[in-house]
Design a protein around this ligand. Structure first.
Ligand code: SF4
Length: 351
């Protein structure tokens, strides 16, 4: 057995882990460490070379590796490299050129739909105990960053996912649906988010002609008149713009949680929404509680909508959202004049 020659600051035992979680865990651990510190990673099984390769692509240095019995040990030095913040010209730099992602994109173009669906189902079956960050990283890797985007309405769950994405992949796509009826506080948190993270948010608006016709026919407050009218408004202001953005994607990420409403108790981390063209919905926070979300927001100083402090746990369009009264259910402030089972706008309806 070889002798260990390097003192490490942190040891990561990934012998029970499978690819791609092994290099995702390594990446996340390196993000937490100080420059100059050494990470010792213990691996077992196939595809172990992905770990040192991805670390090197991110600008870190693999100092040494050795074999201990049936295991492999890599010593990776965390580098404080300006290049890691995207100004470098190295062709093999992960951040600058995204070689891994481009390769994944190319591979996906060549893959046939049946194989791709099988890969998706196999990959998602391994996400049972994965953290939200691992689900996000897996999805980015699987779909490629051009073909997956986070849908945000700047609610607490969306802000948690935005913060995670900013650390995992700053060039990840994020989009929002501007219905034209949002609270000013929502535009404020949108503005703060763009400034804090420097991430571009794609803003999708309703079709002006559809909106003019709807308002002319039913008036500006049609949503209060019937569920049907409300759904028409949601369709034109939300669903149709969503269809536009989905036409550019293979998957979208949402902040859905099982405990949010009676209609969301069956939410899973990966859902195949369209089996023909394989549109997948990724829900990394499916198992999170409301407390988990707010603990994260406070811990990482994540921007949030000021209306949450005024009794709004869930914030949508201004005419359709109100503050909660003491003891009310979390979804009671949305479309409060409708029955709980009807309270979906169609964005997250049944497949
Ligand atoms: Fe229209 Fe209300 Fe739906 Fe917004 S939430 S799109 S205002 S019905």
């Amino acid at each position: 057995m070889a002798t260990r020659v390097i003192e490490s600051s942190v040891r990561l035992d990934l012998r029970e882990e499978v690819c791609p979680f092994s290099f995702v865990r390594t990446k996340l651990q390196l993000e937490k460490m100080k420059p100059g510190e050494i990470l010792e990673v213990v691996l077992r099984g196939a595809a172990i070379e992905n770990v040192p390769r991805s670390a090197e692509r991110e600008g870190h240095v693999v100092l040494h590796h050795e074999r201990l019995g049936g295991d492999y040990v890599f010593y990776i030095k965390k580098m404080d490299c300006e290049k890691r913040d995207h100004a470098c010209a190295r062709r093999d730099c992960f951040h600058c050129h995204d070689i891994l992602r481009d390769r994944a994109l190319e591979a996906r173009k060549e893959a046939d739909p049946e194989k791709r669906l099988k890969d998706l189902e196999e990959g998602s079956a391994r996400l049972g105990g994965a953290s939200a960050e691992e689900v996000l990283a897996w999805a980015l890797e699987f779909f490629g960053k051009e073909k997956i985007a986070l849908a945000t309405s700047f609610g607490p769950e969306d802000m948690v996912l935005t913060d995670m994405l900013a650390r995992i992949e700053p060039a990840a796509r994020i989009f929002t649906l501007d219905t034209g009826r949002l609270y000013q506080e929502t535009y404020c948190v949108m503005d703060r988010t763009m400034k804090k993270y420097g991430m571009k948010v794609e803003v999708y608006c309703p079709d002006a002609r559809e909106l003019e016709e709807l308002t002319r026919e039913y008036g500006p407050n049609l949503f209060y008149d019937s569920v049907e009218n409300r759904m028409s408004c949601c369709r034109i202001r939300k669903i149709n713009p969503l269809k536009r953005v989905l036409s550019t994607l293979d998957a979208w990420t949402c902040g859905l949680r099982r405990e949010q409403s009676p209609t969301r108790t069956g939410v899973s981390k990966v859902e195949v929404v369209g089996r023909d063209n394989i549109i997948a919905k990724i829900n990394p926070l499916a198992e999170w509680t409301e407390k988990d979300v707010w603990d994260y927001i406070r811990k990482y100083d994540v921007p949030s909508n000021e209306l949450h402090a005024c009794g709004f746990p869930s914030i949508g369009c201004a005419p359709c959202t109100r503050a909660l009264k003491p003891g009310e259910d979390i979804r009671a402030g949305r479309w409060w004049w409708e029955q709980p089972a009807q309270k979906e706008c169609g964005l997250h309806g049944k497949k």
